[in-house]
Design a protein around this ligand. Structure first.
Ligand SMILES: NC(=O)c1ccc[n+]([C@@H]2O[C@H](COP(=O)([O-])OP(=O)(O)OC[C@H]3O[C@@H](n4cnc5c(N)ncnc54)[C@H](OP(=O)(O)O)[C@@H]3O)[C@@H](O)[C@H]2O)c1
Length: 203
């Protein structure tokens, strides 16, 4: 698939590197495509990855991953142009409600990107684990939420290729619950270290 990634820090860099290793075409949308940091990322990500502006990445991807911190997100997303029909992966976490925002940050992103199909994913685990989802012989769960079944299937396949066990947590309204799960992960990681992941058990 053609995947644009807006932001190439911990989340965007790790996600794009794993997706490129899995054979997808990745375009990182960054502020400076020529920076040493971007060059080092492209070296690590290999021949399937390249870099351009955020607008380039948005235009390129059939799937677009948002991997920005919230302080810059409204401004950057506001400049991306028409994204009608694209699948947008919301990888972000927002731990407080800004003025004018709702309690559901993924629904806020959906409002900022009208016509897109937003799926929340890759938020409930440290980004350094995207390429290593096995924990002591167990596959970590990847919780996803969204309103469009086809978009969720696309994102679920990407996460499964990465080696995660995908758990459909329901509609985008469930993003609030997933953000709580992230808070739990962050709190636990401060006591136990970051080599931890959630797994849903069933019987
Ligand atoms: N870290 C984790 O383990 C983790 C896991 C799950 C979810 N999250 C969430 O994912 C989001 C990103 O986190 P992160 O850890 O990847 O943050 P990060 O390492 O700080 O990366 C943020 C990226 O955004 C870029 N950026 C900043 N301003 C920009 C602008 N105006 N235009 C384009 N790009 C811009 C930065 O570029 P520069 O390098 O040029 O500054 C950087 O590449 C956050 O919402 C976080 O809560 C984080």
């Amino acid at each position: 698939m053609k995947i644009g990634i807006i932001g190439a820090g911990n989340v965007g860099g790790n996600l794009g590197t794993v997706l490129a290793a899995n054979g997808h075409e990745v375009l990182f949308g960054v502020r400076d495509p020529q920076s040493d940091k971007t060059r080092a990322l492209l070296d690590a990500a290999g021949p399937k990855a390249r870099a351009g502006s955020a607008q380039d990445a948005a235009a390129f991807g059939d799937v677009l991953a948002v991997a920005l911190r919230w302080d810059v997100l409204p401004e950057v997303l506001g400049q991306l142009g028409d994204l009608d029909g694209k699948v947008v992966i919301d990888c972000t976490n927002r731990f407080s409600t800004p003025p004018g925002g709702s309690t559901n940050s993924s629904e806020d992103i959906a409002r900022m990107l009208p016509g897109t199909k937003v799926v929340r994913a890759f938020n409930t685990i440290g980004a350094e684990h995207y390429g290593a989802p096995m924990f002591g012989g167990e596959r970590a769960s990847m919780f996803i939420a969204g309103d469009d079944a086809q978009a969720k299937a696309v994102v679920g396949r990407l996460a499964e290729e990465m080696g995660f066990e995908v758990v459909d947590a329901g509609p985008l309204a469930s993003a609030i619950a997933l953000e709580s799960l992230t808070r739990a992960w962050v709190g636990l990681s401060q006591q136990l270290g970051r080599d931890i992941a959630f797994k849903l058990l069933r019987r």
